[in-house]
Design a protein around this ligand. Structure first.
Ligand code: ATP
Length: 215
């Protein structure tokens, strides 16, 4: 079965950690595409001062040279909070015959029990958790204990054999970059950020005067 990767986030802004994560998942699971889905109104964070349109434009620029990465604006097109379960419901209707794999960093996985209808997520997709530097790991150990976790070596085949329902952990650590730190550095004119975001995204940020002290 074809396997499609789903990568949601605030992407405020998108950075090289996101891109390495998505590329590593693509290479590991042999996905046919990765759908990158910016949240319009993220449920677990303050609504970003930078609009969803700007954040989506930066995603589009960042993935322009990656033919298998696709910007999906479905969360921008609907009203209200961007709940992942609703996005998965929609994607399942668009891709009825494909396996779906939701990817996330370890910090997001750790917060899963606070997500809307989180126990239903596996009814729609598989979940691949990617290691993130210096983040808590206890919930994964719980999944392992419950026998839900499959070894990453088995995941490429297992994820493509059924449409949803499995969890795996990818013990690869993308570069230790966070959007929060990038926003702080940009607000303080700290050029350490330059190496952490694609140059075309940095140009967009400068052209639109984003992440200055006031926004
Ligand atoms: P912020 O610092 O504003 O919280 P972020 O850098 O975590 O943002 P998000 O857009 O919230 O970026 O992240 C989307 C997804 O990418 C989440 O599942 C997050 O765990 C994952 N992620 C982001 N950066 C990394 C990284 N450097 N390593 C591993 N996972 C990451």
């Amino acid at each position: 079965m074809e396997l499609i990767g789903i990568f949601g986030g605030t992407f405020n802004p998108i950075h090289n950690g996101h891109l390495v994560l998505a590329q590593t998942v693509l290479d590991t699971l042999h996905c046919t595409q990765i759908r990158v889905i910016p949240a319009a109104v993220p449920p677990h964070k303050e609504t970003p001062a930078v609009t969803a349109q700007h954040r989506a434009a930066m995603v589009q620029l960042a993935i322009q040279d990656h033919p298998k990465f696709v910007l999906d604006t479905c969360e921008l097109e609907r009203q209200g909070t961007s709940y992942t379960i609703e996005t998965l419901h929609l994607l399942r209707r668009c891709f009825p015959d494909q396996a779906l794999c939701l990817m996330m960093g370890q910090d997001s996985y750790q917060k899963l029990p606070s997500w809307r209808r989180w126990l239903e997520l596996l009814d729609y997709c598989h979940v691949l958790v990617v290691h993130r530097a210096d983040r808590d790991n206890t919930l994964l150990l719980h999944a392992e204990h419950e026998g839900k976790l499959i070894d990453i070596a088995a995941a490429p085949t297992a994820f493509a054999q059924q449409a949803n329902g499995l969890i795996s952990f990818l013990p690869v650590t993308p570069p230790d970059i966070s959007s929060t730190r990038i926003r702080e550095q940009l607000a303080h004119n700290d050029h350490a950020t330059i190496a952490e975001i694609p140059p075309q995204v940095l140009r967009y940020i400068q052209q639109h005067h984003l992440y200055q002290q006031s926004n």
